[in-house]
Design a protein around this ligand. Sequence first.
Ligand SMILES: Cc1cc2nc3c(=O)[nH]c(=O)nc-3n(C[C@H](O)[C@H](O)[C@H](O)COP(=O)(O)OP(=O)(O)OC[C@H]3O[C@@H](n4cnc5c(N)ncnc54)[C@H](O)[C@@H]3O)c2cc1C
Length: 482
Amino acid sequence: MSSKSGSDNYPENVEIAVVGAGLVGSLAAIYMAKRGFEVDVFERRPDMRNEEIEAGRSINLNISCRGIEALKRVGIQENIMREVIPMKGRMMHSREGTLTYQPYGKDDSEFGNSISRAGLNKLLMSEAEATGKVRFHFNVKAIFADFENNIVVFEQGSTKEKISVRSKLVIGSDGSASAIRNAMSVLDDFSCDIEPLNYGYKELIIPATASGDFQIDKNVLHIWPRGNYMLIALPNFDGSFTCTLFMPYEGNISFETLTEKPAVESFFKEHFADLVSLIPNIADVYFANPTGHMDTVRCFPWNVGGRSLLIGDSSHGVVPFFGQGMNCGFEDLTIFDQCIEEHLQAGARLDSLDAEDDWRLLFEDFGSRRKPNCDSIAQMAQENFVEMRDKVADPKFLLAKAVEKILEKKFPGAYISRYSLVTFSNVPYKTAQEAGIICDEILLDLCSGLQSAEDVDLERAEILITSKLAPVLQKEPALSSK
Ligand SMILES: Cc1cc2nc3c(=O)[nH]c(=O)nc-3n(C[C@H](O)[C@H](O)[C@H](O)COP(=O)(O)OP(=O)(O)OC[C@H]3O[C@@H](n4cnc5c(N)ncnc54)[C@H](O)[C@@H]3O)c2cc1C
């Protein structure tokens, strides 16, 4: 490959090269800058602070405990949390337009937060620059990485000029289709599995009213569960909602069958009648927006020696149904920083990037602590898809959820649902997964023959919680359900 070293605009040698200025890459830059390092971030897209560009993927996201914790650790949560809309629970819309509300947490202190992806990304970039140690380089796409010499080759967007950048450390935060991960795939001992979901997604906007108000309740996540497909809506600051339709690519009701305007119009009229009145020209909106795809990415190891590390979706992309992909990527940084702290206390030389072996040991420790948890959230996210699109309309499921709410209130801190553990606590995802399996067993037992949630046998519940759930949760001293 012919490549040119450096250019007038792009540096030739840097201390840390972060590839990808998305959510995780921008936050990673802040973390490394706060540790005293000089950071250069290379991003394929233009600077979204100056140009109107698609933020890529979903327009808004749900940021919860793990994400907020990572922002807190570097002191930027206040600035960012000003930009959120709280969502207290789910509002299910039936085909007939009947609404059923399900709170997210045990009380009003537990809620989700809708935030604009682009808004968050811009804030993170500006916070990174404010450290005085981070520089962003836009319109450069990583196309190759030589891990022997720690050189990443980029292609400039308009000129197609090749630019080689040598660094002491490469952080690959270039998302689920990562070029840095692809370059690792030729290395011995590197394994990678990319599991595509046979569903795509399409975004639609419910506009604000003429006076800028929300057309439907703004403090909930709206769900239209329809069995094999579903639609959700999260509020935006300007009074609109971003809806996401998740649907199979193929089959009776699928993206392949909805290619003509009349078919799309009758599809929405039949299955989402209340939405048709909220989105004018719904079929035009449908065709104007692209269909996105979703993968689960599992790979390992996440590092090449002490010189290169994958982080965020590049190492563990998950499907979006637990609202955890970004939260998990942000939590990577909390755990990574904790690992740095512990290794420093044990005498590792991490104040400079020259002690390659010490950085290798750090990366290996980080990867082995984090990987089982990322595998757990990947699986829980796949399971939650079935729950959201299908089970939330099932009376038996709704009864179990109502019983669960009673248990959370009657036994606070002793009965904690899987959803709460994942969303409102920082316990490792793996513990949340194990506890969730036990919660399901407890609910199955208590709901057997039960007609009404209020009649649940609380004495039996206490016995089951103490004997089955407590041993799993007590293993977790850091448990702090918020
Ligand atoms: C529909 C949908 C809804 C979601 N909802 C939620 C939610 O509610 N809550 C949540 O926590 N997560 C959610 N997620 C997941 C979340 O979007 C991701 O986990 C998160 O964006 C990962 O951040 P990242 O920085 O690792 O990757 P990305 O956000 O993908 O960022 C990667 C960056 O790298 C750049 N890049 C890519 N390739 C190159 C290259 N070769 N060279 C240079 N730059 C490159 C990209 O342009 C981008 O800026 C959702 C995802 C989807 C698809």
